[in-house]
Design a protein around this ligand. Structure first.
Ligand SMILES: NC(=O)c1ccc[n+]([C@@H]2O[C@H](COP(=O)([O-])OP(=O)(O)OC[C@H]3O[C@@H](n4cnc5c(N)ncnc54)[C@H](OP(=O)(O)O)[C@@H]3O)[C@@H](O)[C@H]2O)c1
Length: 278
């Protein structure tokens, strides 16, 4: 039986990935900085924190593969490199990065995080997804404003090819377990690029009340944040405005054999969608 460590197992891609791996008979170590909160059928809660490297050897003991959710902090390249250093020699690594990561330039933070994986000498696959549809159901992002009937975004008129995190997980599952994905960089998107006004129309239909779109400035988005988080968020929205997240790829179909879910399908599933005005 294959053994796989899923870092960030409680996160947007971690949960569906763990479910897929369990269904394939994998021994899943569910990595969390708070393992007592991991409650997923068939998953072994596993203490994994980027802040506690002393725990990494136990968390990665005997693993065949690791799913690495990049920590969004300045030392991510160094932390990921250090983690790879304690893995069993043949363990595969699948890194969750982001679409168009080359935009940062070769010395940028996101390419450096990818490079430590690509230069590790291990079998690796890099996943570069567009924006997750789950930002509409996550209280850390847009869930609560959508419940109030509003969607605020600093798009500058650009399109976004929203991707369902379940489809990212499906690609990750294949890369972790199957042959043919080593040395590949997968840009992963949904089936269509949508404007933000069109996105708000679809959200309105999905949640059953009007969701009005309001374009905001990057300064408004980063208000109240500071340091690395502020810089990364500002850069991310510059990239949105430059169209980084607009190109549509066929990766989900090519890797999994079935098409990526549309936003309408995601919304029809309905789970955890805010259903009425607060
Ligand atoms: N959201 C998007 O639209 C999007 C788009 C493209 C790329 N990405 C990238 O995808 C990655 C995940 O982003 P996300 O917003 O979707 O987050 P997420 O996976 O939903 O949640 C982050 C995960 O990090 C874990 N975590 C928090 N502190 C930790 C620590 N000290 N040590 C180990 N794990 C820790 C959390 O689990 P515990 O609390 O259980 O530890 C949680 O599962 C990021 O690199 C992001 O840049 C996101």
């Amino acid at each position: 039986m294959a053994r796989v460590l899923v870092t960030g197992v409680r996160g947007k891609t971690g949960v569906p990935l763990a479910e897929l791996l369990v269904a394939r008979g994998v021994e899943v170590l569910g990595g969390s900085s708070d393992p007592a909160t991991v409650d997923l059928d068939g998953v072994r809660p596993t203490d994994f924190s980027w802040d506690r490297p002393s725990g990494w050897p136990a968390a990665t003991d005997g693993v065949d593969a690791v799913y690495v959710v990049r920590p969004d902090r300045p030392d991510a390249p160094e932390l990921i490199g250090a983690l790879l250093g304690v893995l069993p020699p043949r363990a595969r690594v699948v890194l969750l990065s982001e679409q168009d990561a080359d935009w940062f330039g070769p010395d940028g933070w996101a390419p450096r995080a990818e490079r430590v994986v690509r230069d590790s000498g291990r079998p690796w696959t890099v996943l570069r997804p567009s924006w997750f549809m789950q930002v509409f159901t996550d209280p850390r992002f847009h869930r609560d404003e959508i419940a109030r009937g509003e969607l605020r975004f600093a798009d500058g008129g650009a399109l976004v090819a929203w991707i369902d995190a379940r489809d990212i997980a499906a690609v990750a599952e294949r890369a972790l377990l199957d042959e043919g994905h080593a040395g590949r960089v997968y840009e992963i998107t949904g089936p269509e690029a949508l404007s933000l006004p069109r996105t708000a129309e679809l959200l309105s239909a999905g949640v059953g009340h009007p969701v009005l779109y309001r374009e905001v400035s990057v300064d408004e988005v980063v208000a109240g944040t500071d340091g690395f988080e502020r810089d990364l968020t500002a850069l991310t929205f510059q990239r949105v405005r430059a169209g980084s997240f607009a190109p549509v790829t066929d990766t989900v179909r090519a890797v999994t054999g079935r098409p990526a879910r549309s936003l309408a399908t995601f919304l029809a599933d309905g789970e955890r969608l805010p259903s009425r005005r607060a």
